[in-house]
Design a protein around this ligand. Structure first.
Ligand SMILES: [Zn+2]
Length: 443
């Protein structure tokens, strides 16, 4: 997203271990409130949402299929809704046994299932709930008014608990898995549009099946449902550097631009980054929803954005949602490199030649769920320092190679550090990471 809020956190840095399996990126077992919480590997989440226009309520049924990582025990997950009934592996479970526990300021709450789950089997947690404003910081509610209803997944990097867990049972960012959402609008008096990056089947009017692929993580899904009367829609097929693509533009009528202009600008960004970074990795379409105001958010191959941030958000489909941060401690690099490369904010020579204060962009708390605000500013300076050390063109080439190696997967800060050290053959790269990413004051 674009920076709208500066969060300063000071932590001592540490590296994480790079690995082949996503489960190796999972945080260690944690003890909270006397309970031993075990990270899980979600196989899939299957959800049905029914929006009832008469009662202005949304009833949800969700099944989370998962395996334990490392050991049997009490599984960890998150959901920021009030669960009304639950069953684990077909047996009813008291919702008090799925309570949220406070993991501290950087994590917020997570739920621990107080029922022992076994290794090597797929466990199924069945949940039922009626949507309310998610119990996440600065969460935004569903809007009901004369024109109809507006729902937005409203993901955000700047506060813990602002991804899929606002609406669906979800995991931390290391976990890639499919999400299947069936959505039905009942009693809508006006036409509504489904704006999503999920593969969509329209079963009948106001009834959609959304399928998000196995590369998805908790921050991937754009789902916006909006009254058609508020939107100018434009869809165009074209050629982006030899690849056939479709751009879908949903331009809010109150946005200070036109759908045609948004389409032209999107095409420009797609051409530029598919040339400079590598192939678009989100199927053959790009979905753009433009509104007025300054808030913007990236999703896999899609964005909800202000016009001014459109190019920045499109670039995130390469860095951030093409190659994805493996944890929130790795969330700094997609903003930092985006500001440096796409926004073109290259720090001047004077700044990068002089030694600066240590900066912690990647914390050593494996349960951290906040991207530090300094990622945008000092993170971009970090890439400026790298460019000064190894050459701007070399940095560009290595980052493009990094993207091409990891796109569709998650990557950690250590993965990037090791990749850049190997690609550049310059061990001094580690010193820059130590001081300006992990915040270590060493000589
Ligand atoms: Zn951003």
């Amino acid at each position: 997203m674009t920076q709208s809020l500066a969060i300063l956190i000071a932590l001592v840095g540490a590296t994480s271990v790079s690995a082949q399996s996503n489960n190796d990126y999972a945080p260690p077992v944690i003890e909270v409130d006397g309970l031993r919480g075990i990270p899980i590997d979600i196989i899939s989440v299957d959800t049905q949402m029914v929006f009832d226009f008469e009662t202005q309520s949304v009833n949800v049924i969700s099944d989370m299929n998962f395996k334990m990582i490392g050991e049997k025990g009490f599984p960890l997950f998150d959901l920021r809704q009030q669960i009304t009934s639950a069953a684990l592996n077909g047996i009813d479970i008291d919702v008090a046994q799925l309570a949220a526990h406070d993991f501290g300021k950087q994590t917020g709450t997570m739920r621990i299932i107080e029922s022992e789950c076994q290794m090597k089997v797929v466990n199924v947690l069945h949940l039922e709930y009626t949507l309310s404003t998610p119990s996440s910081p600065a969460a935004i509610d569903i809007k009901w008014d004369k024109a109809g209803m507006t729902f937005d997944t409203w993901y955000s990097d700047l506060n813990p608990g602002r991804y899929a867990e606002q609406w669906f049972p979800a995991n931390l960012l290391y976990d890639q898995h499919p999400l299947n959402v069936d959505i039905k609008l009942v009693g809508a008096k006006t036409q509504h549009l489904m704006v999503t990056n999920g593969a969509t089947t329209e079963v009948r009017k106001h009834e959609w099946q959304l399928r998000f692929p196995d590369s998805s993580t908790a921050f991937s899904h754009m789902i916006v449902i909006v009254p058609a009367s508020e939107i100018d829609f434009l869809s165009k097929k074209g050629n982006v550097n030899g690849d056939k693509m479709r751009i879908d533009v949903y331009c809010r009528k109150d946005a200070p631009t036109s759908a045609q202009h948004v389409l032209n600008e999107t095409a420009k960004s797609l051409r530029e980054y598919s040339k400079s970074m590598g192939k678009w990795d989100h199927g053959d379409d790009c979905i753009v929803y433009v509104w007025k105001g300054s808030r913007s958010m990236e999703y896999d191959g899609a964005t909800t954005t202000a016009l001014g941030a459109l190019d920045h958000e499109i670039f995130h489909s390469w860095f951030g949602r093409g190659v994805k941060p493996a944890s929130q401690n790795d969330g700094w690099w997609d903003e930092a490199f985006n500001v440096y490369f796409a926004d073109g904010r290259r720090p001047n020579r004077r700044v990068v030649e002089k030694e600066g204060k240590p900066v912690t962009l990647s914390s050593n708390n494996p349960y951290n769920r906040i991207t530090p605000g300094a990622s945008y500013s000092l993170g971009a300076v970090f890439f400026g320092r790298l460019a000064h050390l190894i050459g701007a063109d070399n940095l560009h080439t290595h980052m493009s190679d990094f993207y091409n190696k990891y796109t569709g997967q998650v990557a950690s800060t250590a993965d990037m550090e090791n990749f850049l050290v190997t690609a550049s053959g310059n061990e001094e790269v580690r010193k820059l990471f130590a001081r300006y990413v992990y915040g270590r004051d060493e000589k």
